[in-house]
Design a protein. Structure first.
Length: 410
């Protein structure tokens, strides 16, 4: 029979794999169509209603793309809709968020050193904030601000900064950055589901009925699509950030997350300009590098308050059972002897300023709290410690496995 801990970890891995694959498909399609749109060139020989054309070569063949501002006079028999990449990315991401930060909420979601909340309250804030974010953004886009896209983007940036600060007042550093990414990704997918696709369906329905489609629907969809284009790179950063404590576990992590949105704008502005004119502005890379250096400087400020959360609360009953079993003492010394030089509040390993992934393994409470991760990383697998750091014998690993399985009845 498969160990449930192993099965659950593989389920998380499978969901993460699906999330990454569909995100690649969505981002790739989004970037391609933005580039295509910007590279279109007018031509006197274009059909009526056509705005521009683009010739491309790939895989040994030539492709001829023509864009209509509204729609062609005749509806093609085969129409490809680009929507499932977005939907599947969001659904798999939402499932992964629930698996990691809701089911594992007491460890990964809540930070009692910041605010005392019940797990159900944290989950309510987690899910509710994503919905509220979309409603606020959508209301702005439907207001008079839609006619002032720069002002709209600035206001959206201010909201993202506020959300970054707010998440860091409640959640652990990892959860805060992940939720800011999910907040942004929800806006992006909702743009596709509630705005872009319905508007396109209206245009198609008008064509099939013999009516002339209203060009406003295309303009609205393009505004939302442009927002998605500029938000994509920051979302990717925030999804990767939970692997790097300097991003999520330092004093100014909320500012770091906010600044990343500016780098996303500068990088995309370079490529969008390059696609449109053939040459991107070099100043955008200077700005990006300067912002990144500022981020690196900010990460040097101590954020140990967020790492010390293990001392801020007592063990839950589910965690306490790992400290109560007979094999805990052996497992404790196995971890202390092989892991604590790096996974310490002040790591002794040269050049390491923060414990990897913010995981501290010094006290008995630390080790009981992280039992599942220890079992997977240093028990049944040899992922930790790194072989170049320390040669961990098989006996300590067997002690960790025996301790975990005795506590779980496995």
């Amino acid at each position: 029979m498969i160990d449930l801990a192993i099965l659950w970890d593989w389920a998380e891995f499978a969901m993460r794999w699906l999330h990454v694959i569909t995100a690649m498909a969505w981002i790739g399609a989004s970037f391609y169509f933005i580039a295509l749109d910007l590279m279109l060139k007018p031509n006197d020989a274009l059909p009526d209603g056509a705005y521009g054309e683009e010739w491309e070569v790939h895989g040994g063949g030539f492709y001829h793309s023509v864009k209509y501002l509204v729609a062609p006079a005749r509806m093609p028999e085969h129409l490809t809709w680009h929507k499932w990449q977005s939907y599947t990315t969001w659904l798999s991401g939402a499932a992964l968020l629930m698996m990691v930060y809701w089911v594992g909420g007491e460890l990964f979601l809540l930070d009692p050193g910041k605010v005392e909340l019940a797990l159900w309250q944290g989950i309510l804030i987690s899910g509710g904030s994503l919905t509220i974010g979309w409603l606020a953004y959508d209301a702005m886009c439907r207001s008079k601000l839609a006619a002032r896209p720069t002002a709209l983007m600035l206001l959206l940036f201010i909201i993202l900064v506020i959300m970054s600060w707010g998440y860091h007042q409640i959640f652990t550093g990892r959860a805060a950055l992940l939720h800011l990414g999910a907040f942004t990704a929800t806006i992006m997918t909702a743009n596709v589901f509630f705005i872009i696709m319905p508007n396109q369906r209206i245009v198609v329905a008008d064509l099939k009925a013999g009516r002339v489609p209203d060009a406003k629907y295309g303009k609205i969809a393009k505004l939302r699509s442009t927002h998605n284009n500029y938000l994509t790179l920051p979302v990717v950063f925030l999804m990767l950030a939970n692997h790097y404590p300097l991003a999520f576990a330092t004093e100014f992590s909320w500012i770091i997350a906010s600044l990343i949105f500016l780098t996303g704008v500068s990088i995309r502005h370079y490529f969008n300009t390059m696609h449109a004119t053939g040459k991107g502005p070099a100043w955008t890379w200077v700005v990006t590098v300067l912002i990144f250096l500022l981020i690196a400087w900010l990460s040097g400020f101590s954020g140990m308050d967020s790492v010390d959360e293990s001392e801020a609360r007592a063990l839950t009953p589910a965690e306490q059972k790992f400290a109560d079993v007979a094999g805990f003492e052996d497992a404790y010394y196995a971890v202390i002897g092989n892991c604590s030089m790096c996974h310490a509040r002040e790591p002794s390993w040269d050049g390491m300023n923060q414990p990897p992934k913010g995981v501290v393994l010094e006290t008995e409470a630390d080790i009981a709290r992280h039992a599942h991760q220890i079992y997977l990383q240093a028990g049944i697998s040899h992922a930790m410690p790194p072989p170049n750091a320390i040669d961990m014998d098989d006996e300590p690993r067997r002690q960790i496995i025996a301790w975990y399985r005795q506590a779980t009845g496995g």
